[in-house]
Design a protein around this ligand. Structure first.
Ligand code: S3P
Length: 424
């Protein structure tokens, strides 16, 4: 797809439902007794992979434009799938489902696309094996395909080396099937959607500092889940609104859970004019975000804020490229093991547009303020790279071509339509 510099960016947008919360609603609904209704479910390819996996395990799921209905069969109601489970491009599906499969009385094989088959799975293989599951990486490389033989599980206290909600959630889900309480301690707090939603379904999850604790064998009951707009998708409109001269955008109904809102704090610290309107606090907090064009300056982004904006670092790089002064990003080595190596990809692609950016072991250094120019950018089949450079192209001189731009269907199927609407 080819983009030109934008001279106008104004209006309202409602971004699709949160990806993390949509996945969890299907999974927990499948493990609950009775029907779960999900409103504003994200119809992105990743979440459809989750639906597909649970259908293969005997769960009836109705997907209509109005809502999703999941007819749960309780904690012990899943059936052995007749074929391999395909998690597509979705790390969340792969890792969370592994936690559930660890506690089943059957064996399953799961795999995904070329990107998933390169992503590290030792981080879940280790704790789930300590709990008693038998997990084999079929290529012997600690990646998918994984064969998971469920077993009666033991409660453990696991100290994770990475702040990862996927790892934490996999262990908590396995903890549903354990013989005792299960605890996970992480270096800094990662997103807590599993903890919040599991409690709504009737589980007992407590958190203290960086430790989450779950009690086994709860009776989970079907719920009505309203999925807020995804702040990770809103991030592209926040950046475009801040960077395009004269822009003003109202982004409606965005989830602002404090374990996810680092983009707002960073954008404001860079000088961004963002106002939170209509803040609501029922379950997951939400707000409308009013974003106005601003002059940004570089900052240092490091430490516990990193997990709260990990998926937004590609678009934060674009903001940093346009900001005056230097932006330093540290403690973000996890970027290397996302859908692509987001340190290498960002450094190469932003350099090609004229930005002064250097990669480090755990982040990047960006000397902002040099004008960006259009070029050809490869998405590396990474949805967040494609969307970040679509925004970069709106402020770059000349035209920018993004190859593999269709990959946005992973998390935001109508992204380009919404972006273009605000440009006219
Ligand atoms: C997610 C957790 C994060 C995030 C991913 C979604 C989740 O991954 O990057 O897009 O839904 O739990 P990690 O747990 O690997 O940090």
């Amino acid at each position: 797809m080819i983009f030109q510099k934008a001279h106008h960016f104004k209006g309202e947008v409602t971004v699709p439902g949160d990806k993390s919360i949509s996945h969890r609603a299907v999974m927990f609904g499948a493990l609950a007794e009775g029907t779960t209704e999900v409103l504003n479910f994200l119809q992105g390819a990743d979440c459809l992979s989750t639906i597909d996996c649970f259908r293969k395990m005997g769960i009836s799921i109705e997907n209509t434009p109005a809502h999703i209905l999941i007819h749960g069969k309780g904690l012990h109601g899943l059936q052995k799938p007749a074929s391999i489970l395909d998690t597509g491009n979705s790390g969340t599906t792969t890792r969370l489902i592994s936690g559930i499969l660890a506690g089943q009385s059957f064996e399953t094989t799961l795999t995904g696309d070329a990107s998933i088959r390169k992503r590290p799975m030792r981080r879940i293989i280790e704790p789930l094996s300590l709990m008693g599951a038998e997990i084999t990486s079929l290529q012997g490389n600690d990646c998918a395909p994984l064969r998971i033989k469920g077993a009666p599980l033991h409660g453990i206290h696991y100290h994770s080396r990475v702040a990862s909600a996927q790892v934490k959630s996999a262990i908590l889900l396995a903890g549903l099937y354990a013989d005792d309480i299960t605890k996970v301690t992480e270096p800094t707090v990662s997103r807590n959607h599993s903890e919040i939603m599991l409690n709504c379904f009737g589980a007992q999850v407590h958190t203290k500092g960086t430790t989450a604790v779950i009690h086994p064998e709860p009776a989970l009951h079907g719920q009505k889940v309203y999925v807020p707009g995804d702040i990770s998708s809103a991030a592209y409109f926040i950046a475009a609104g801040l960077l395009i001269p004269g822009a003003e955008v109202l982004i409606r109904n965005v989830g602002i859970n404090p374990t996810r809102d680092g983009i707002l704090k960073v954008a404001q610290a860079m000088g961004g004019n963002i106002t939170l309107l209509n803040v609501r606090h029922d379950g997951e907090p939400t707000a409308d975000l009013l974003v106005k064009h601003s002059t940004l300056h570089g900052i240092t982004i490091e430490g516990p804020i990193i997990p709260t904006l990990i998926d937004e670092l590609p678009i934060i790089n674009i903001m940093a490229a346009c900001a005056e002064g230097t932006t330093l990003i540290k403690d973000a080595a996890e970027l290397k093991v996302k859908e692509s190596n987001r340190i290498d990809v960002m450094v190469n692609a932003l350099s090609a547009m004229g930005c002064d950016i250097t990669g480090t072991d755990d982040g990047m250094i960006i000397h902002g303020g040099k004008p960006l120019h259009g070029t050809v950018i490869d998405s590396h089949m990474d949805h967040r790279i494609a969307m970040s450079f679509a925004v970069a192209s709106l402020i770059a001189d000349g035209s920018t071509e993004i190859t593999g731009s269709d990959i946005v269907t992973i998390s935001y199927p109508n992204f380009y339509e919404d972006l273009h609407r605000l440009m006219h």
